[in-house]
Design a binder for this molecule. Sequence first.
Ligand code: NAP
Length: 309
Amino acid sequence: MASTKFMGLLLAVIHVAMSKVEVPKISLNDGNQIPILGLGTYGSAKDIARMRQAINWAIEAGYRHIDTASLYGNEVEIGQGIADVINRGLVKREDLFVTTKLWNDKHARDQVVPALQESLSRLGLDYVDLYLIHSPESEKADGTSANIDYLETWQGMEEAKRLGLAKSIGVSNFNIEQIDRLLANSNIPPAVNEIEVHPSLTQTDLVAHNQDRKIVVMAYSPFGFLVSRNRPSAVSLRADDPALVKIAQKYGKTTGQVVLRYLIDRGMIPIPKSTDQNRQRENIDVFDFKLTRDEIETINSFNSNTSIF
Ligand SMILES: NC(=O)c1ccc[n+]([C@@H]2O[C@H](COP(=O)([O-])OP(=O)(O)OC[C@H]3O[C@@H](n4cnc5c(N)ncnc54)[C@H](OP(=O)(O)O)[C@@H]3O)[C@@H](O)[C@H]2O)c1
């Protein structure tokens, strides 16, 4: 009986070891390393309830980079998942890259570090690997504008980095003008700009502008309209588009995997969200093929400047 149990455990460990994908890393402009694919975590209450298990599955599959935000209301569950995988001996804290974000209602300089400390307490961590300003827009609790300049907010972000509470700092949803103004008025440049990029919103200029300035682009909502959204997608690319299917068949991949590879091959870091074990495994299985320049151009041609938001 005991030996059957032992064999079962051994087989489970072998299965995890064999099916784990190694995600490559790149350097940020501050010298820290970041895995080039992460797990998105924004979702419904049902997703939040599944998040602890989803983190366990993701780490087993090879994910080492997790993207959350105070807005998502899931930092506690993500922290529980992280504690599980560390306690199970699958990873050490330093193997993980955890990103969280400052919400718009905490943009005053002296609110930034306390807001991060609250996120850290929910996550059960001493530091995050990356802290982002979620959006350049500041708001009051009632949702109206607080008129706080993001340059002021950035001073709080720089303090968070100096205190070691965030190893790297960056922004999200910043446009070209905002990036330039931040670069011209900061001591520490942002390491990352997390923006919406997918085949229906290729953001060619904004992506190049960031990359030319050594700011890594993290691509959110990477599947765009390939997956169902609460928005009409009449003009947008679908998962069964013949040109996409043709590329997918060439590599023996799904069209979703092709789109993730397209973002990686454009030098970005996609953060696909899934709380489903099989889809998580599918989404990370993109490191055994590479698109040609023509295939990247084909996918670029689907651009319709359509945001899912
Ligand atoms: N900074 C920002 O302002 C911002 C904004 C939006 C998003 N984000 C971040 O980016 C992450 C990703 O964006 P997103 O969640 O909007 O969109 P996404 O990752 O493009 O798509 C997620 C949706 O696709 C489904 N899905 C995942 N893998 C699939 C597959 N292989 N086949 C079919 N369906 C699949 C998921 O359902 P299942 O979970 O059921 O698989 C979910 O409904 C977010 O979770 C969040 O971390 C950041």
